[in-house]
Design a protein around this ligand. Sequence first.
Ligand SMILES: [Zn+2]
Length: 141
Amino acid sequence: MHETSIALSILAAIEDVFNQTPGAKKITKIKLRIGMLSLIDIEALKFALMVASRGTPAEGAEVEYTIEPPVFRCNKCGYEWSIEEDELNKLVEEYGLQSAMHLHPDIITKYFHCPRCGSTDIEIKRGRGVIIESVEIDTEA
Ligand SMILES: [Zn+2]
């Protein structure tokens, strides 16, 4: 499952931070920003994090997240816009994009055209992938 590999890369990154923190004892909180276009199953990701963190400094850490709405940009006229989650879900369902977008969120741009100039040369500026916003670490006093 894709969520498992995401969980593993998150853990690897925060363990690096942990190892570079003098006196670090335990990771207590992980804050994530999750791009809406990644269609990540949040519950599956949290579960994968819980399982994969067993026996690591991140075991039992609280996981907080925010969902980052997508921002698209037209490469022809420079127009930028966003879409609502409802609209995204409709598109995903209509074209059966669930598994494809999960791995390659950029695919969604093929189903859009610029609302201003009609160009199909569109890029995703925000709203994909998982970003670690912050990590809280307990240290020895
Ligand atoms: Zn345009």
